[in-house]
Design a protein around this ligand. Structure first.
Ligand code: URA
Length: 250
């Protein structure tokens, strides 16, 4: 839950969650379609304590209230969708309920995956969580399953672990990264930072080419095996704590 949002007027709460204009919310409430703990809330100007259990206690037009601000989602990002609010073509936000596009604060991805990368993507409307994950100082590790065009030569793990690899057009070497070789053309690479196209550029720097890239872990949070591509889940507090459990400040 975001700071300073312990209580809100009902019309504000529902308008911010994308249920309609404040006028429309007054109409919904007036018609008895907003129900808290079994009783209709007819006064849309009344204040509501905004707690995490509200979706279990409040219904709007018979359906449970959407999660209040402060939510974090994990999405199994499929190939071919873009982490952007603006670009044309399929966007990760198209995979969320339509009403959620009207939320204020807006939901954003926590960092990005390339259009042609699949796997674990976090989204949130909570600026503090966003900052804690993507801040260059937090070093939340992210793990990728990498498939390569050519067999590895054998020195990749040492080069990536050295803390001396310079990517083209950059002047700051990469932090040490861990490569676990799974087969000639497959590996698991764990990074403590997130530079533009980092995995693809690292393998380009050692003369190879990434043909498939999938993120399967952030911190100690694994993409659940039963979360199909294109589907999402709301993170509970234990899963959110797992994101930060493996962070290593340096
Ligand atoms: N590195 C990449 O090259 N692409 C991604 O999507 C993530 C990390």
């Amino acid at each position: 839950m975001s700071k300073g949002q312990t209580s809100l007027r009902l019309d504000r709460l529902l308008a911010n969650l994308g249920y309609g204009s404040r006028r429309e919310i007054h109409q919904l409430a007036g018609a008895g379609l907003v129900v808290l703990d079994g009783a209709p809330l007819r006064d849309a100007g009344g204040r509501i304590a905004v707690t995490l259990d509200l979706p279990a206690r409040m219904t709007v037009q018979g359906a449970p209230l959407d999660p209040p601000p402060g939510m974090v989602l994990m999405l199994h990002k499929p190939l071919g969708v873009t982490c952007s609010h603006k670009e044309t073509g399929p966007l990760v936000y198209d995979l969320l309920p339509t009403r959620w596009r009207r939320r204020d604060p807006a939901i954003s991805t926590i960092g990005r995956l390339d259009k042609e990368t699949s796997g674990l993507l976090l989204l949130t409307d909570d600026g503090d969580v966003l900052h804690r994950v993507i801040s260059p100082r937090s070093h939340v590790p992210k793990r990728y399953h990498v498939t390569l065009d050519r067999p590895m030569r054998g020195d990749e793990a040492a080069i990536f672990a050295s803390g001396e690899l310079l990517l083209e057009a950059e002047d700051k070497p990469l932090l040490p990264a861990t490569l676990e070789v799974l087969s000639e053309r497959e590996g698991r690479l764990t990074l403590g930072e997130g530079r533009y196209h980092q995995v693809r550029r690292m393998f380009a720097a050692v003369g190879n080419h990434v043909t498939a890239l999938h993120r399967d872990r952030i911190g100690a949070l694994d993409l659940p095996a039963d979360l199909a591509a294109g589907r999402f889940q709301i993170l509970d507090s234990a899963s959110l704590a797992a994101v930060f459990a493996a962070a290593a400040p340096v």
